[in-house]
Design a protein around this ligand. Structure first.
Ligand SMILES: Cc1cc2nc3c(=O)[nH]c(=O)nc-3n(C[C@H](O)[C@H](O)[C@H](O)COP(=O)(O)OP(=O)(O)OC[C@H]3O[C@@H](n4cnc5c(N)ncnc54)[C@H](O)[C@@H]3O)c2cc1C
Length: 475
């Protein structure tokens, strides 16, 4: 069996053949539109060139929506968390998960892995090595020819008539462009950034970092490291600190017992992905409220990384109430316990707070949130869930006051903050095919209905003869 470049050449040949059989890519059918003074307008701009953004781009192209652009703030090959801020050795989902293949077998991780590394390699692991997953995504971009424009960060969105004017910062300075629809495939941290508990806000950056940031672990050799949180990112950061020679690592978690179950695993099936949107609000709320309140177990493989270290300590039931710096060290106080560290790592997850998200903050007052729409029953209250956006069926923002901000219908939030409205179909690997299908259906429908009169005029004008007049004899 051929592997390496020759294996990939073979696979890529098969994919090109599949595309020929599927008549991919179909011609563009969306009516062209120009902006003021004839300025060009993109039908869709996708922000985010990670898994979800790329899969959305492929989905659009497959449905004949060809006039799109896709941007990412990061360097090419560094999109998403995989080779930057992720610190686990492997993905937590098993290798057979469906990824962004849009139901084409030759686009799966498995086909790529076998073609590049051979069957034995595929059989040798159960969980996908993190860097290998990124390698697959880079190949996915290559074989699908996804035209990501890297090093462009979206900073501001403004309505302009029936269009959106987008302001990006590019490598050569500011860039503005017009779009009919905007897809924010911006990842986990893009609805309010990192969650930083207030008690840590005054610790100087030289002594503290969130797991979402780049961290110089080599500087922790011999040092006392305090890691806050009990979920995957905290545990993996603790492991890297130990592997890089930290003197001692203390993991401080609020839970009184280490959570053993990941309830979200039980929500990764087609019924949940496809049906959540159709549920009543009370049940949608209950599903997510319960899954989050149950706390998510860190992956077993991550916990096992810590086991061999005698200089690793878990402290349960610790809620830090005070944090201060004395003689260059951080002192944490939970009331009944005190901890001293040379560096603190916050594995405290992501905020849900649109007012802190630069490109969305200006629209925050107009966007309908769950708390504007739904009153949870007693015992199920949650400020955080209340701050999730209440999205429409195509992931579009809805207005708080009907008619006050119609441009919001053109902004589709295709990231993890869609979870309460749609389930994890624009966030996690197993759901992304369903998410892209739903997003692309919504956009295709929007473009058709927005231009229905032009399409009708086309139909009236359509005169391509099927019969040439020589197929029959007149008597
Ligand atoms: C550490 C970690 C481990 C995970 N492990 C798993 C797992 O094992 N299994 C699983 O199913 N899921 C996992 N997930 C969840 C999910 O699969 C990942 O978050 C995945 O990266 C989601 O893809 P995405 O395209 O939505 O976001 P990302 O991959 O994060 O891509 C978003 C992109 O948007 C860009 N961007 C953001 N804002 C802007 C802006 N304003 N302008 C321009 N570009 C912008 C970013 O640069 C980034 O490249 C994990 C997540 C994390 C953080």
């Amino acid at each position: 069996m051929v592997t390496g470049r020759s294996g990939l050449d073979q696979l890529e040949g098969q994919i090109r053949r599949d595309f020929r059989y599927l008549n991919y890519p179909p011609d563009n059918w969306v009516k062209p539109m120009s902006g003021p003074d004839g300025a060009s307008v993109a039908d869709v701009v996708i922000i985010g060139g990670g898994m979800c953004g790329m899969a959305a781009a492929f989905g659009l192209r497959r449905e004949g929506i060809q006039n799109f652009r896709i941007f990412d703030a990061r360097d090419a090959g560094a999109e998403g968390p995989w080779v930057t801020t992720a610190r686990m050795r492997t993905l937590r989902s098993p290798k057979r998960l469906a990824g962004p293949n849009l139901n084409l077998p030759n686009l799966t991780f498995r086909m790529w892995c076998v073609a590049k590394y051979g069957r034995e390699m595929w059989e040798s692991f159960e969980y996908i090595p993190r860097e290998m997953w990124m390698e697959y995504l880079i190949w996915y971009r290559h074989i699908l020819d996804i035209p990501t424009e890297n090093n462009h960060r979206l900073e501001r969105i403004e309505p302009e008539g029936d269009l959106l004017r987008l302001h990006l910062q590019g490598p050569d300075g500011p860039v503005t462009l017009l779009a009919r629809h905007l897809v924010l495939a911006t990842g986990r941290a893009a609805f309010g950034g990192c969650r930083i508990p207030a008690v840590f806000e005054d610790i100087p950056p030289s002594l503290i970092a969130h797991t979402e940031e780049a961290i110089d672990f080599s500087a922790m050799a011999g040092k006392r490291v305090l890691v806050i949180g009990g979920a995957a990112s905290a545990v993996d950061s603790a492991a890297v600190a130990l592997e890089q020679g930290a003197g001692e690592v203390h993991l401080l978690m609020r839970a009184t017992e280490i959570p053993r179950v990941n309830k979200f695993k039980n929500t990764a099936y087609p019924g949940f992905f496809r049906g959540t949107l159709a549920l009543d609000d009370a049940r949608r709320w209950r599903f997510l409220h319960y899954s989050l309140a149950s706390r998510i177990a860190p992956p077993r493989l991550s916990m096992l990384r810590l086991k061999e270290y005698d200089n690793f300590h878990i402290h349960k039931g610790v809620s830090v109430r005070q944090a201060a710096v004395t003689d260059g060290a951080v002192q944490l106080d939970s009331g009944d316990r005190k901890f001293t560290g040379d560096f603190v790592i916050l594995g405290t997850g992501y905020a849900i707070d649109m007012t802190r998200q630069p490109e969305l903050a200006a629209h925050a007052g107009d966007i309908r949130l769950w708390r504007d729409h739904f009153m949870p029953p007693a015992g199920l209250e949650s400020d955080e869930l209340g701050r999730f956006p209440y999205l429409g069926p195509g992931f579009e923002f809805l207005e708080k006051e009907p008619g006050a901000a119609p441009h919001l219908a053109r902004i589709h939030l295709f990231n993890a903050a869609s979870m309460l409205s749609h389930s994890g179909i624009s966030a996690d690997i197993p759901g992304v095919n369903v998410g892209v299908e739903r997003l692309v259906n919504a956009l295709a429908s929007a473009f058709f209905t927005e231009d229905a009169d032009r399409h009708l005029a086309d139909l009236y004008a359509y005169a391509e003869p099927e019969l040439l007049g020589d197929e029959w004899r007149e008597d």
